[in-house]
Design a binder for this molecule. Structure first.
Ligand code: NAP
Length: 439
């Protein structure tokens, strides 16, 4: 007798919204592992409906399960749990609110929706007592949100920093390996299937920013939304930046950084940003190549933790969704509830102008006496402390690279603006943040 047959509790009836890259893998795993999932959940988990946009495209799933009416499916009486892998904000938000308002637990992989509307969704979940799980929304298969929400709930997280977008990591890794330019490498990534037809959400940093908002909210018990996240994409990264990084033993990664900041007066706030940054080649994040994701979490008692694995893809993402589905099913069987929103700390979010980090500034200057001293004077005037300088003469001009100690973004920008206007500065070639080194 199979494990499922031994269970005499009623099945947990699941509506699946979306049957694309992730949804089709959820269907496959739910079918192939039905007995194991039932045994682990304490009840059989049964698919009772699948909402898609074009029913004729899904000949591999039972036709009687398919519908194009997602709104109707979520409120059907024979649906206990809603799993959403459609994506987008509307009408998905309406479907999930309808499910939660009706007391039906929701499992979603939708980072864009959570990063904008976590407040509405959690409020609806709280009002009806329904679960809201979203492990798959950040870093695909990597168990990361559950450690933040549960395992580290007794600790104080100070920093979360990581590579959370596989497309941009693939492009930057390839640029580092080949020395090729951004546009050419993006084309190659598209050809190999690592970039979407419209790569904007990835390359402009929106995807990583949505994930950063979710991570910061959980890490700092504060509601952080997409508009709170400072964002820069990778389109402006040049082969010269990559070569400059390499020359200094560094590599460039698109990082999502969420920090708890303590002001001089003891006030705490959070800073959340996504931008390309140079990191030392010896840093553990430097060796995260291709489409992989990795996230560093620093907590006061736990110290440093690193989470690494496949951050996207149908099966890896489905794995995270199914983990959540089993958690929801277990909660239903025992009559409990998973963690609710924890936003009690309600810390202020700092504007980027007040964020501090180290910078690498590369200048093209006239090769003559006094240039270095004049540039250094501008740094001193803005109280930006210099950690190192490298100057190389060329036939007509010179390259001057300055690496700073930790400086506020606003001070650094004023410094660079003034330097750009100096008569002997031909060009500010690049300004890039440096992470993963002592300040
Ligand atoms: N792909 C990944 O690696 C990954 C990783 C982490 C998180 N996610 C998240 O998972 C979600 C789904 O991603 P995906 O890559 O699986 O997307 P996808 O392949 O584009 O699939 C989307 C599915 O939604 C269905 N759909 C679209 N509009 C609909 C509507 N109005 N009513 C009913 N169904 C509708 C589509 O139906 P048709 O098939 O009929 O067009 C399709 O089955 C997104 O939120 C994404 O951010 C994806």
């Amino acid at each position: 007798m199979s494990a499922a047959n031994q269970i005499e509790v009623p099945p947990i009836r699941v509506a699946l919204l979306g049957c694309g890259t992730v949804g089709s893998e959820i269907v496959r795993l739910l079918t192939e592992q039905a007995d194991d999932i039932a045994a682990r959940s304490g009840a059989p988990v049964e698919l009772v409906g699948i909402a898609v946009r074009r029913a004729d495209r899904h000949r591999d799933v039972p036709a009687e399960l398919l519908t194009t009416d997602a709104a109707g499916l979520v409120t059907r009486d024979d649906v206990d749990v809603v799993v959403e892998v459609v994506g987008g904000i509307e009408p998905t938000r309406q479907w999930l609110l309808a499910a939660l308002n009706a007391g039906k637990p929701v499992v979603t992989a939708n980072k864009a929706l959570l990063a904008e509307h976590q407040g509405d969704l959690f409020a609806a979940a709280d009002a009806s007592g329904a679960d809201l799980y979203f492990e798959a929304a950040v870093a695909g298969a990597i168990p990361l949100l559950r450690p933040l929400r549960e395992s580290l709930a007794g600790d104080r997280i100070t920093r979360v920093m990581g590579i959370v977008n596989g497309t941009t990591n693939f492009i930057l890794s390839a640029m580092d390996e080949t020395g090729a330019g951004y546009a050419e490498t993006l084309q190659e990534a598209s050809r190999l299937g690592y970039a979407e037809a419209d790569p904007t959400a990835d390359v402009d940093g929106y995807d990583a920013a949505a994930k950063a908002a979710i991570l910061a909210s959980l890490a700092f018990h504060t509601r952080v939304t997409m508009s709170d996240v400072y964002r820069e994409g990778i389109a402006a990264v040049t082969p010269a930046d990559v070569a400059a990084a390499r020359g200094l033993g560094r590599t460039i990664k698109l990082l999502a950084i969420c920090e708890r900041v303590l002001d001089a007066d003891g006030t705490e706030s959070v800073a959340v940003r996504v931008h390309p940054a140079m990191i030392p080649r010896s840093h553990p994040l430097a060796s995260v190549g291709g489409a992989f994701n990795a996230v560093f979490v620093e907590a006061e008692a736990a110290g440093q933790l690193m989470f690494y694995g496949q951050g996207a893809g149908g099966a890896p993402t489905a794995s995270a969704v199914l983990g959540d589905l089993v958690a929801v099913a277990r909660n239903r069987v025992i009559g409990g509830r998973g963690p609710r929103e924890s936003a009690y700390a309600d810390l202020a979010v700092r504007p980027i102008a007040q964020a501090s980090t180290r910078y690498h500034i590369s200048l093209d200057v006239a090769d003559r006496a006094g240039v270095l001293a004049a540039v250094a004077a501008v740094f001193a005037e803005h109280e930006v402390s210099i950690a190192g300088v490298r100057q190389e003469g060329r036939p007509q001009d010179a390259s001057l690279v300055v690496v700073t100690h930790s400086a506020e973004d606003a001070a650094l920008r004023s410094t660079v603006d003034k330097i750009a206007g100096l008569p002997f500065v031909n060009e500010v070639v690049s300004v890039m943040r440096v992470e993963g080194e002592d300040s």
